[in-house]
Design a protein around this ligand. Structure first.
Ligand SMILES: [Zn+2]
Length: 135
């Protein structure tokens, strides 16, 4: 792969999950793209340099600002990410292991936990359908 052309990479995050989970995913994907392990390291980098590597849309910047308090806790490796309940909107931090299932934050809450992915979100619609039918 030719790495000479340095077009900024677009961060793609999972929609339709609690905004804190979206913010965590945007942050972790960004840290991975910038090859840093923690948000402080990212903040120490030159903003112009970062903008030449990574591209956020206005919605993503808003999410990062809204949830700026979680950013310093996140880590790429070993992974520290966010999991949240869409029903009661409470959240916590978790390691690399999957944290799914029923809400653990509020007693009697029926929400299902959502964990922030550490990978760019791939919209399912973009995947080409595997076509096994042939003539
Ligand atoms: Zn809940």
């Amino acid at each position: 792969m030719a790495m000479t052309l340095k077009a900024p990479k677009t961060v793609v995050h999972t929609p339709n999950v609690p905004s804190v989970v979206q913010a965590a995913q945007i942050a972790i994907v960004t840290m991975k793209l910038a090859k840093v392990n923690r948000w402080e390291e990212l903040q120490a980098r030159d903003v112009a340099e970062l903008r030449s590597i990574i591209r956020w849309d206005p919605e993503q910047l808003e999410l990062l600002q809204k949830h700026s308090s979680i950013l310093r806790v996140l880590q790429v490796s070993p992974a520290v990410t966010v999991y949240a309940c869409p029903a009661c909107e409470r959240f916590g931090f978790t390691g690399p292991g999957a944290k799914t299932g029923k809400c653990v934050f509020t007693e009697g809450c029926d929400g299902s936990l959502v964990r922030a992915s550490t990978m760019n979100f791939k919209p399912p619609a973009k995947k080409p359908k595997p076509s096994s039918s042939s003539t």
